[in-house]
Write a protein that binds this ligand. Structure first.
Ligand SMILES: Cc1cc2nc3c(=O)[nH]c(=O)nc-3n(C[C@H](O)[C@H](O)[C@H](O)COP(=O)(O)OP(=O)(O)OC[C@H]3O[C@@H](n4cnc5c(N)ncnc54)[C@H](O)[C@@H]3O)c2cc1C
Length: 425
């Protein structure tokens, strides 16, 4: 059990920060203080998704894992986590202090761990068997294994509880058969969190169970999905009678909906942390100046709208993140953060389309023009990932504003009876 007194006498925040800085100085280079952005200098790549060739991606991932291992071995890999699984049980303020220090150093891209550490590991830590917790949690935080989330199916996204992938008991193992879709990072992941149907006779939310699966098993087939940006960050995943030991079950049999909710609450917290293209605002302002539109009233009005909404989202996110860091659970305010982030990305996307017009449609080779098309075609994906804008609006309406509940597709409202009747005809 976490003992605050014992921890506080173990190391002071100042000592800890000094140790962290010494570690970072020994293992990484400090970032050069960023020079002012100048239009035409440096890379003009602007995109929602990293569009790496899958071989380059593996090299990048290797560097990311090596960095996590160094951090973990030095005691900075899971600062607030339980000692039993390799953490240090230090208060969240210590984690914040290290993150802020690390931000001043050049370290490998850590985005490969967003799903595994942000969503899958917290779910394993709560719902897995003791054996599975011991086997996976520390390894995930050390970067020895990477995790992905296998929830969505061709017929189950917003209405996740409709999923049809089935798991059937065969002695001490479960046999999983079915198809998942939109699985980010499945192609480089070692393990995955799956929700499958274990009792088709129970109401749909009640017949589900969670599992940890081995993504390298030959019974798991992974096929890339190419999105309209040209890249392939997602996959279709087929389970062809995959055998999973019972001690890799998450939670009780048929309690998978609660397991899924643990993951989804953490997902919104992980996604909602951004403000929606904040880092690109300076670039957009310089672009406006470059094209001589800084005195155009319509352009100025649109740009001000982008800047104001980003600032407001930033304050709201800060409030929500502070609540989590103070020990609170991610709540419905994460849906506001997620929604604001996607709306702001769309605002920015509309603004650059207004300024660039045809330059964004045809690649003339001119710096900082066609490159924005990656943001414009990537932005709609953000409105769907981790819960669509419409679903976020329902959550905010019901749980923040206290409005009447969405009728939902399973309810007996006359509107839904009408829909069902229409489908049958
Ligand atoms: C970038 C990206 C990454 C993703 N990564 C993963 C991943 O790693 N793992 C994973 O499991 N999934 C992943 N997904 C899938 C994602 O969770 C689903 O796409 C999402 O839940 C929506 O489901 P759907 O695509 O089936 O759309 P549907 O649920 O079919 O929705 C279609 C439309 O209907 C609307 N709609 C649905 N229900 C309602 C309602 N009650 N009220 C009003 N409107 C409604 C939606 O808003 C949407 O506009 C990812 C998706 C994207 C875009």
């Amino acid at each position: 059990m976490y003992n605050y007194r014992e921890v506080m006498t173990e190391i002071s925040l100042d000592e800890f920060t000094a140790q962290g800085e010494a570690f970072l100085d020994a293992k990484a280079s400090r970032k050069v203080v960023e020079e002012k952005f100048v239009w035409g200098n440096g890379s003009d790549v602007v995109g929602m998704f990293e569009e790496k060739d899958r071989n380059d991606e593996l090299e990048d991932l290797k560097r990311a894992c090596e960095w996590r291992a160094k951090k973990f071995d030095a005691g900075f890999g899971w600062i607030s986590g339980p000692k039993a699984f390799g953490g240090r049980e230090l208060p969240h303020a210590y984690q914040r202090a290290f993150d802020s220090l690390e931000g001043r150093f050049q370290v490998p891209n850590q985005s490969y761990f967003t799903i595994g550490l942000g969503m899958v590991a917290p779910t394993i830590a709560v719902h897995a068997s003791q054996a599975a917790k011991e086997k996976y949690v520390a390894q995930m935080f050390r970067g020895d294994i990477v995790g992905c989330q296998l929830f969505s199916e061709p017929g189950a996204g917003s209405d996740l509880a409709s999923l049809q992938t089935k798991a059937e008991k065969d002695g001490d193992v479960w046999v999983i058969t079915g198809q998942k879709v939109w699985t980010s990072g499945a192609h480089y992941s070692d393990i995955g969190e799956v929700i499958a149907r274990t009792d088709p006779d129970l109401p749909k939310h009640k017949g589900l169970t969670g599992f940890i699966v081995d993504m390298r098993d030959p019974a798991v087939e992974i096929r890339p999905l190419r999105q309209m940006t040209g890249g392939a960050s997602f996959n279709e995943v087929f389970f062809n009678e995959l055998r999973v030991p019972d001690d890799h079950r998450l939670g009780d049999v048929n309690n998978g909906w609660n397991v899924a909710l643990t993951t989804l609450m953490n997902e919104r917290a992980a996604i909602g942390a951004g403000g929606g293209g904040g880092g690109l605002l300076t670039r957009a302002i310089e672009m406006t100046r470059h094209f001589g539109l800084s005195d155009d009233p319509v352009t100025r009005q649109m740009l001000a709208d982008v800047a104001i909404h980003q600032r407001v989202a930033g304050y709201n996110n800060q409030r929500a993140m502070d609540k989590i860091k103070a020990g609170g659970l991610p709540g419905p305010e994460m849906s506001i953060a997620k929604l604001a982030g996607t709306m702001n990305t769309r605002r920015l996307s509309d603004f650059v389309s207004h300024v660039l017009g045809a330059k964004m449609v045809a690649d003339s080779g001119e710096w900082g023009t066609y490159a924005w098309s990656q943001l414009v075609v990537g932005a709609p994906g953000a409105s769907i990932a981790g819960g669509s804008d419409e679903v976020m609006r329902n959550i905010v309406g019901e749980r923040v504003l206290g409005l009447p509940k969405d009728t939902g597709i399973d309810s007996k409202s006359p509107f839904n009876e009408l829909k069902v009747g229409t489908q049958k005809a």
